[in-house]
Design a binder for this molecule. Sequence first.
Ligand code: UDP
Length: 240
Amino acid sequence: MSQSRYQRVLLKISGEGLCREGGFGIDGEQLSKIGQEIKQVADTGVQIALVVGGGNFIRGEKLSKTTPIHAATAHYMGMLGTVINGLAVQDTLEHLGMVTRLQSAVAVDRVCEKFIRRRAIRHLEKGRIVVLAGGTGNPFVTTDSCAALRGIELGVDVVMKATKVDGVYSTDPKTDPQAQFYPRLNYNQVIDQRLKVMDVSAIDLCQQSSLPILVFNLMQPGNLLRVIRGETVGTLISKD
Ligand code: UDP
């Protein structure tokens, strides 16, 4: 069965992956594209957990700086945005024939399950794609930290961070043509060089558990499947 290098993976999709470039909200075409990429991978039999971001709706820190909204409230609003994305991703995947469960760290009983680690693992074992929303359930952190945390809790083999560029660069390749691409890095290099990959807390969590992080371009058709097959795609961050 296994055309996959991994048995169980966690894919982190940012909110910006669900809307048009620089946009807000949800774009049907983007959703369908991402759904197709995930379907190819689900068909290999690999177990998939997804963490969805919410930056296409609200980023707590930014909102609290520009409004009278308390920072904690703004972060909770951000978490609720990820639940909206989770619902959109769930229906997209089911529309394409995949079986899914949506779990949220913030209880929204009418629309999804609560995040329960053992239940999530059971779903994965049964071949269901588990969509994780609501972030960690706590304000002042991001869904990157949630991806690291859930990756460790669910015992995945790799955290895959989907981006719109090919991996990790020395500087932003969209604005700097001299930006250097890194095919491999260790956790300390990422932290010491302050490379913009994930929050330092997320990198730190992965380092503590020696959980590899693979940063890759999800917008390149077939890339997710290539990653799963173990082809050299993106940037691999690990202990050596
Ligand atoms: N958030 C939070 N706790 C979490 C995860 C997310 O408070 O555990 C809030 C935070 O305000 C964040 C927003 O939800 O800015 C949206 O998540 P994120 O910025 O990680 O989304 P992404 O950039 O991945 O789209």
